[in-house]
Design a protein around this ligand. Structure first.
Ligand SMILES: Cc1cc2nc3c(=O)[nH]c(=O)nc-3n(C[C@H](O)[C@H](O)[C@H](O)COP(=O)(O)O)c2cc1C
Length: 274
């Protein structure tokens, strides 16, 4: 067996060549009538298309059992109507229950989010999660203190950020995480070709899946602004200077929206012809 652990069950393989044709790197060839990857091959993208496309579950790679994949039959997909309701009906939640989300549910969502595509299938994303309200409140208190310290030391800080600090000192308002009990920070891997895009795609997937579980989310642009103005906060979140990242707060929503908004014309549609 080669280092990719590419194996074909000869009893199941119907020699349809689907794996050969779909391989983006074209590294699968026939040997004795069956698909094979030469032992010396090192161009595999790791995308697992060979395993996914095989109609009979004959192909395995990286030691994975095709029977452990979700079967994609006609009932596996959400209907277009349900996807439409999800995409148009998800909202930025800014009122949350103080109750923590069950850690098992968080872990399931993160495991599924790891399926989000990354440029060149470099994968390598890191999901840093704050899994209790107590921890997020502790983080918020530290962020506020750091901002106040650097500001007192003469650093110029925007009124936008200072307003958030004042609100916190006034009555404990959380304008950074909007009172959510949890935070997910996605950072790109060092070898990522498209790190900025990878982290946003992963969080977009997480957001939609969170809604299907009855959770709400808030994109945390505010924390980005804070980190740009006060890079000292990076260390708190375990972020290096170079790493692309984005953050999303989430939790059990205290608000229910009865209908979608109507942004049908919010994007400019251009048809290009050549
Ligand atoms: C990249 C990005 C960053 C955002 N940052 C914040 C934020 O820091 N705080 C906040 O309350 N909402 C934030 N939002 C939410 C937007 O304000 C919100 O998406 C917009 O008002 C539309 O509302 P909707 O999400 O309910 O459709 C952000 C959204 C995006 C996409």
């Amino acid at each position: 067996m080669n280092k990719l652990q590419f194996t074909v069950d000869h009893g199941l393989c119907v020699r349809c060549d689907a794996c050969i044709q779909d391989c983006p790197r074209k590294i699968i060839h026939h040997t004795n009538g069956f698909p094979e990857i030469p032992p010396e091959e090192d161009g595999c993208l790791g995308c697992q298309h060979c395993l996914a496309i095989c109609p009979t579950g004959a192909v395995s790679i990286f030691g994975l059992n095709p029977a452990d994949s979700i079967p994609l039959d006609s009932v596996a997909w959400p209907t277009a109507e349900k996807m439409r309701a999800l995409v148009c009906g998800r909202r930025t939640v800014r009122r949350y229950s103080e109750r923590d989300v069950d850690r098992c549910l968080i872990d399931t969502l993160l495991a599924d989010t790891a399926h989000a595509p990354t440029g060149g299938n470099t994968c390598g994303l890191t999901f840093s999660v704050i899994d209790s309200r107590r921890e997020l409140l502790a983080l918020l208190a530290k962020i506020i203190e750091i901002i106040e310290t650097v500001h007192a030391g003469g650093r110029e800080i925007s009124e936008f950020i200072l307003d958030g600090v004042r609100a916190y000192r006034r009555d404990g308002s959380d304008e950074v995480f909007r009172g959510a009990p949890h935070l997910l920070i996605v950072t790109a891997g060092e070898k990522a070709y498209c790190g900025e895009a990878d982290v946003i795609i992963a969080l977009s997937y997480f957001e939609l899946m969170a809604f299907t579980e009855g959770l709400g989310t808030t994109w945390c642009g505010f924390i980005k602004f804070i980190i740009d103005a006060v890079p000292e906060v990076r260390g708190l979140l375990g972020l290096t200077l170079e790493q692309p990242f984005y953050a999303m707060a989430f939790g059990i929503p205290m608000v229910h929206y009865s209908r979608t908004v109507q942004r049908n014309r919010a994007a400019q549609i251009k048809t290009l012809r050549f």
